[in-house]
Design a protein around this ligand. Structure first.
Ligand code: FAD
Length: 343
C-alpha cells in the first residue's frame, strides 16, 4: 500500500477508496466539511420522520458493485425499494416499472455511508481550504488554518469544482480536467403531513415513487414507504428538474418548497385534496449531478499523478450515480495499493 493517504471528502467515493486502502494495510485519514459522512447520500431527521435529501435509491449494473450491495444487504443497511412506481404525464398516472431492481439505504440513505465509515479515521466539520506540497509530502490546511499531515498521497473525492479549487495551484492539467465536467445543481424539497395522503382512484396498491414527465418536478418519493421507516408518518421528497433548479438556484428555500409542492398538487387527479403540510423546506445542491460527457471526456480516465501523489475520484469522473461514485473510489483504491510508497 502507499504510505499515509489523506482523502478529502467522505461521500461514497472517498469511503470506498478509504476502505480498500485500509484493508490493504494502508494508513488513511478522511476529512469532510460536513458534520458527518455521506455527502449527497444525505438524510435529515425532522421530528419523527427521516427524509432523504439527495439520492433516493440506486440501481446496479457492475458485478463488483453487485457484490458490495450483497455485503450491505447482509449488514442490514440496504433493502429493495420501491415496489410501486408510477409516472405522471398529460394523460394522467400510469404504472412505471422497467423491471430493474432498485435499492435504498435502510432505515435511511445515510445508513450506507455510516456503515462504510465505521472503523475509519474520519475528521468531520473540517473543510480543507488549501494544499501544501513540500519535500514530497502533502500538508492539508483547513479553514481554521490548522495544518494536517504529512501525507504521501492526497485523494480529492469531492465534486469537480471543489476539487479544482484545491489542486489548481499544483496540477494545472487536472484543473483543466475539472473544468471539463459540468456539475449541475438540484433543489430537493421536503414536506411532512400529519396524516396519510388520500388514496388515488386507479392507483391500485398505493404508490411509493412518482416520476413526472414535465414541469418543475421530476421525482417524488414517499419516505415512509422506504425500508425500515414504517413507524413514521407521511413525508415526501420532491426532486426538482435540473433545468428548473438552475433557473431558480438563488431563490429562498421556502419559495422553492412551495413551488415544488404546488407542482406535485397539480400532478394529482382533479379533485384530490391534500392534507395541510405541517412542515416543509428545501435543500439546495450546488453540485448535484455531473455531466461527465459534457466535453466528450472518456469515462474511467486515470486521474492519478504518481509524480506528486495526487489523485481524484468521485462521480464527476465516471457517471452521475451512486454506483459510478462507488466504482470510481473503489478502483482508485485498487490502483493506489499498487503504487510504490513515496518515501
Ligand atoms: P459526494 O457525496 O458529494 O461527497 C463529497 C464530499 O466532499 C461531501 O461530503 C462534501 O462535504 C465533501 N467536501 C467537499 N469539499 C470539501 C472540502 N474542501 N473539504 C472537506 N470536505 C469537502 N444517484 C443515484 O444512483 N440514484 C439517485 O436516485 C440519485 N439521486 C440524486 C438526487 C440528488 C438530489 C442528488 C444531489 C444526487 C443524486 N444521485 C443519485 C447522485 C449520487 O448521490 C452521487 O452520485 C453520489 O452520492 C456522489 O458521491 P461522491 O462521493 O462522488 O460525492
Amino acid at each position: 500500500a502507499p504510505g499515509s493517504t489523506a482523502i478529502i471528502g467522505a461521500g461514497i467515493a472517498g469511503l470506498a477508496c478509504a476502505r480498500h486502502l485500509q484493508a490493504a494495510g494502508g494508513s488513511v485519514t478522511l476529512f469532510d466539511k460536513a458534520r458527518g459522512p455521506g455527502g449527497r447520500m444525505a438524510s435529515r431527521r425532522l421530528g419523527e420522520a427521516v427524509v432523504d435529501l439527495g439520492a433516493q435509491f440506486f440501481s446496479v449494473r457492475d458485478a463488483a458493485f453487485r457484490s458490495e450491495i450483497e455485503r450491505w444487504q447482509r449488514a442490514g443497511v440496504v433493502a429493495r425499494w420501491p415496489t410501486s412506481s408510477w409516472q405522471a404525464g398529460p394523460e394522467g398516472w400510469s404504472r412505471h416499472d422497467d423491471g430493474r431492481p432498485r435499492w435504498c439505504g435502510a432505515p435511511r440513505m445515510s445508513a450506507v455511508t455510516r456503515h462504510l465509515a465505521h472503523g475509519l479515521e474520519l475528521r468531520c466539520a473540517t473543510r480543507i481550504a488549501s494544499l501544501d506540497h513540500r519535500e514530497d509530502r502533502w500538508w492539508l490546511v483547513d479553514a481554521a488554518g490548522q495544518r494536517q499531515g504529512p501525507f504521501a498521497w492526497v485523494v480529492i473525492a469531492t465534486p469537480a469544482p471543489q476539487a479544482r479549487a484545491l489542486l489548481a495551484a499544483h496540477e494545472p492539467a487536472l484543473a483543466d480536467a475539472c473544468d471539463q465536467v459540468i456539475q449541475r445543481p438540484c433543489w430537493t424539497g421536503w414536506v411532512l403531513f400529519d396524516r396519510p395522503l388520500p388514496s388515488l382512484p386507479d392507483v391500485e396498491d398505493g404508490w411509493q415513487a412518482l416520476r413526472l414527465a414535465e414541469g418543475p418536478l421530476r421525482f417524488v418519493a414517499r419516505n415512509q414507504t422506504k425500508p425500515g421507516r414504517d413507524d413514521q408518518g407521511e413525508s415526501l421528497s420532491l426532486l426538482a428538474r435540473l433545468e428548473w433548479s438552475r433557473v431558480h438556484l438563488e431563490e429562498a428555500a421556502e419559495a422553492v418548497a412551495c413551488q415544488l409542492l404546488d407542482a406535485f398538487r397539480d400532478s394529482l387527479p382533479t379533485g384530490t385534496r391534500l392534507p395541510e403540510p405541517v412542515a416543509r423546506g428545501a435543500h439546495r445542491w450546488r453540485y448535484a449531478q455531473p455531466d461527465v460527457f459534457a466535453a466528450g471526456e472518456p469515462v474511467n480516465r486515470d486521474y492519478r499523478r504518481a509524480s506528486t501523489g495526487l489523485a481524484l475520484c468521485g462521480d464527476a469522473w465516471r457517471g452521475p450515480r451512486i454506483e459510478d461514485a462507488w466504482l470510481s473510489g473503489h478502483h482508485l483504491g485498487e490502483a493506489l495499493v499498487h503504487q510504490p510508497t513515496l518515501t
